[in-house]
Design a protein around this ligand. Structure first.
Ligand SMILES: NC(=O)c1ccc[n+]([C@@H]2O[C@H](COP(=O)([O-])OP(=O)(O)OC[C@H]3O[C@@H](n4cnc5c(N)ncnc54)[C@H](OP(=O)(O)O)[C@@H]3O)[C@@H](O)[C@H]2O)c1
Length: 237
């Protein structure tokens, strides 16, 4: 059973993954901005599995919180062999943006790119010890193709995909395997304003949780680097 850091576990995809992996028997360290988001949920260690769940403050824009989360997890679990990066934000900044939107672009860069980068860097020495560590990253279809006018979100996800490739390259000899999950729309808060097709036809967070569960069962020789998930036909990728 694995010792897993999950960012963005308060809601959406991260929460669904945490619930599934808890059921599978893994130990989870959940990094959240507000610990209250976990209170009185099945992920609250005060209610369930106190020996297998810990919750720590983590804000992707605060580099110190990344390091203290990693160190506190290692102290508790004595091992870290998996990271699942789910924390992320979405903004609709176009190519020709208003001057007051520059902060949104900077936020995307900080949360979607620097967040996973710094967290991975902080945990690297522990991942390297395992010989079969896993890093799963919630990228997006927007990390594979730029659709419409989502300039800044796509920019952040293409950069994240590049980071995934480097993690794979540098981790390979150490037995670290990386998977970039690239979904289209997933039925979470992030997609709540999308109304041009039914929510039930979107990818569901639990579908991604099941994929993660299966990924963690695979041996080093058979871990896919990229999983693209389409809920609508796309013929160009
Ligand atoms: N939903 C989609 O259609 C879709 C499609 C493709 C890829 N993705 C990617 O999948 C990942 C998860 O998305 P989701 O759909 O689960 O989104 P969501 O429901 O909006 O949840 C976002 C999660 O990220 C956390 N977060 C946001 N900013 C943070 C920060 N500065 N520091 C730490 N945590 C932060 C949130 O925590 P709080 O509760 O504290 O806000 C929340 O747990 C994201 O990277 C997203 O880009 C989503």
């Amino acid at each position: 059973m694995r010792k897993i850091l999950i960012s963005g576990a308060s809601r959406g995809i991260g929460k669904a993954i945490a619930l599934k992996l808890l059921k599978d028997g893994h130990s989870l360290s959940l990094g959240v901005r507000k610990k209250e988001s976990i209170l009185n949920t099945p992920l609250d260690p005060k209610l369930n599995n106190p020996e297998r769940i810990m919750v720590h403050n983590y804000n992707a824009t605060d580099h110190k919180s990344s390091n203290s989360w990693v160190e506190s997890t290692f102290k508790t679990f004595k091992k870290i062999d998996t990271i699942i990066h789910c924390a992320g934000i979405f903004k609709r900044t176009n190519l020709i943006f208003d001057n007051n939107e520059i902060g949104d672009i900077e936020d995307l860069w900080k949360v979607n790119v620097m967040g996973p980068w710094i967290l991975t860097k902080d945990a690297w020495k522990y991942l390297s010890k395992s010989n079969s560590a896993r890093i799963i990253v919630l990228v997006s279809m927007s990390g594979k193709r730029s659709k419409g006018n989502l300039a800044s979100y796509s920019m952040s996800k293409f950069a994240l995909m590049s980071l995934c490739q480097t993690m794979r390259n540098e981790g390979w000899e150490k037995g670290i395997r990386v998977t970039a999950i690239c979904p289209g729309w997933v039925n979470t808060d992030m997609a709540k304003e999308i109304n041009y097709f039914p929510k039930k036809d979107m990818i569901q967070a639990k579908d991604i949780a099941n994929i993660c569960s299966n990924l963690l069962d695979l041996p080093n020789r058979s871990v896919p680097f990229e999983i693209a998930l389409n809920c609508q036909l796309e013929t160009t990728i």
